[in-house]
Write a protein that binds this ligand. Sequence first.
Ligand code: ATP
Length: 461
Amino acid sequence: NQVTMEKIVSLSKSRGFIFPGSDIYGGLANSWDYGPLGVELKNNIKQAWWKKFVQGNPLNVGIDSAILMNPEVWVASGHVGGFNDPLMDCKSCKTRFRADQIIEAHMAEKGEHADAIDAWGNEKMEKYIADEGIKCSNCGAINFTNIRQFNLMFKTFQGAVEDSSTEIYLRPETAQGIFVNFKAIQRASRKKIPFGIGQIGKSFRNEITPGNFIYRIREFEQMELEFFCEPGKDLEWFAYWKEFCMNWLLRLGLSEENIRFRDHEAEELSHYSNATTDIEFRFPFGWGELWGIADRTDFDLKAHMSQSKADLSYQDPTTNEKYVPYCIEPSLGADRVTLAFLADAYNEEALEDGTSRIVMKFHPALAPFKAAIFPLSKKLNDNAQEVFNTLAEHFNVDFDDSGSIGKRYRRHDEIGTPYCITYDFESVEDQCVTIRHRDTMEQERIKIEDLVAYIAKGLKF
Ligand code: ATP
C-alpha cells in the first residue's frame, strides 16, 4: 500500500501519536515521546497482550519486577560478558557502523539471503567486508577499522559514591526479573508445571545504530512471557506459543500478507536454544523482526542456580521427580509492534466525490478513541454531552462540535476512531443517533440505550 515511514512519522507528530523527544532543546537522538493518542494506542496494545497472555490464559500469571537489579544477574545472564555488538568505523569519515548490519544490507542488495550473520564471528565478518569491497554508506570509502565489541548495557551508579562497587545497570530485557523470581512465584501462586510468567516493562539498550522511528530505540518496552515446562515437552510448547502469538496479531487485525515466521537455521541458533523463530513484519523499510520466540531450554534457570547458589529446580508433586524446567520465551517490543500497527492501519482512499481521505484502520480494541460524539448543531450540545457522559463511563470517547460533520469525519478517520455518532434534532424526539462506520462509511440509526453494547461488541478480538 501507499504507506511510507515519512507519512507515519508526520501523521504521528501532527495528530499527537508520537513526538520527537526533548524537542524544544533540539531533541535527544532517537528518543520519542508518546502523545495523547499514542499513549492510548500503546496502552491498548499492552492491555491486549496482558489480557490474552496473562489474565485470559489459565496457565499464566504476571509480575512487575524492578528495572535495577543486582549486577550479578547480568553476569549469570551473559549480558556482562557477551551482550556485545560488533562495531566498526569508517577510517575516512569516522562514521560508526555495526558490521553485521552493513553485511546484511549488502546481501539484501545483492538479493542474497542474510541469515545467521550473528554466528559468523569477527574475523569472518571483516574478511567478507574486505572481499566484497563494501563501501561506507556515508562517504563511499572502502576503509574500515577492525571490529571492536561494544557492550549495550546502560551503566549507572546506585547511591552517592561513584565507584565501581556501586555500579549498576539498567536492565536490557525484562526476562531476568522473571527468572530470578521463578521460585517465589511458583510457591506463592502454587502453580504446577507447565505455567508461565508474563511481564511488561521498560528495557534499555545503548544501541549503536538506532533508527527507523520507534523500530530500534534505546529506551523501549518489552512484553515478555517465560513459559516453564517439563524437559522434552519443550518443542510442543514452542509450537503452541508460536501459533498463539501469530493468532494474537491476526485477531488484532494485522494483515496476513505483512507477517511471516522466520525459523532460525541450526547454525544461527544460540548454543542453548532448541528452536527459535522470529515473527517478522513487513515494515515500510522492509521485513524486520517483530517478535522473537525461543526455546531457551534450562539455560537461564541453570545459570542463575550456579551464580546465586539458589535451588531453582522443581519437584513434580505427583511423580516426585525433581528437574530444572525448560523455558519457552516469546518476546515482543511494545514500541516495535506499535509501529507495525500504525503502518498496517494506514490507508489513503480515493472517495466517490473526487476527494480523498487518510484512514487509520485500527482494530477497535486498539483505536485511541472508540467513538466520537458530534452534535449536529451547537444547540444540541447539552443533549449530546449526555450521550458522551454515558459512553465515557465505559470507553475512551471524544466530543467534537467544531466544523462541518464531513470535516469531523475526516479528522476521526485520520486517528482511527471506529464509530462516529451524530446527535441531530430528531434524536431529541426518537432517542436515536446516527452511527457511522469508519471503514465502510456506512451509516445506521441506532437507539442511544443500545450504544454501549454495540460499541463493546466491536472491541472483542
Ligand atoms: P534486533 O535483532 O532487532 O536488535 P534482538 O534480536 O536483539 O532484536 P531480542 O533481544 O530478541 O531482540 O528482543 C525481543 C524483542 O524486543 C524484539 O523482537 C523487539 O520487538 C524488541 N526490541 C529489542 N530491541 C529493541 C530496540 N532497541 N527497540 C525497540 N524494540 C526492541
